[in-house]
Ligand binder design. Structure first.
Ligand SMILES: [Ca+2]
Length: 136
């Protein structure tokens, strides 16, 4: 999929850089972009709302967040990919995560699911966003 490389800076300190691809491509893209760039996470409801608004502003209807789990077989032990920290905030859609395929280890949020979380096949293509704090 064509890389969009769009950029949105909401203030002097924080920019979001967008692209599209698989979850893993998104993580690599953020890691390569800048040492301080992180694939977006949602640590709180406020942060989730913020990303939602920015996503809509950029015309995107689905994007990856940095939550991932490893393995399969009903172990829903999701964590944030870069920090390896356990999730302190979750916003799963009803009946999710359901591990509907063996590769459903990544978390997608989409407009049609009211921006709630769904564990999804990591190899699907969607938008991803890297958050870059220029002051960090
Ligand atoms: Ca699912």
């Amino acid at each position: 999929m064509e890389r969009l490389d769009k950029r949105f800076c909401k203030n002097q300190t924080t920019c979001y850089i967008y692209g599209s691809g698989t979850w893993q491509e998104g993580l690599k893209f953020c890691d390569a972009l800048h040492p301080n760039a992180i694939m977006i996470q949602e640590q709180s409801e406020d942060e989730g709302k913020q990303h939602k608004h920015e996503s809509v502003g950029a015309g995107y209807v689905a994007y990856w967040i940095a939550a991932i789990c490893e393995g399969s077989g009903g172990l829903y032990d999701f964590y944030w990919a870069q920090s390896k920290r356990q999730l302190t905030f979750k916003r799963w859609r009803a009946n999710q995560p359901d591990q509907d395929s063996a590769a459903s280890n990544c978390v997608l949020v989409s407009k049609i699911e009211d921006w709630e979380w769904d564990d999804t096949d990591c190899s699907l293509e969607a938008m991803y966003m890297c958050s870059l704090n220029k002051m960090a």
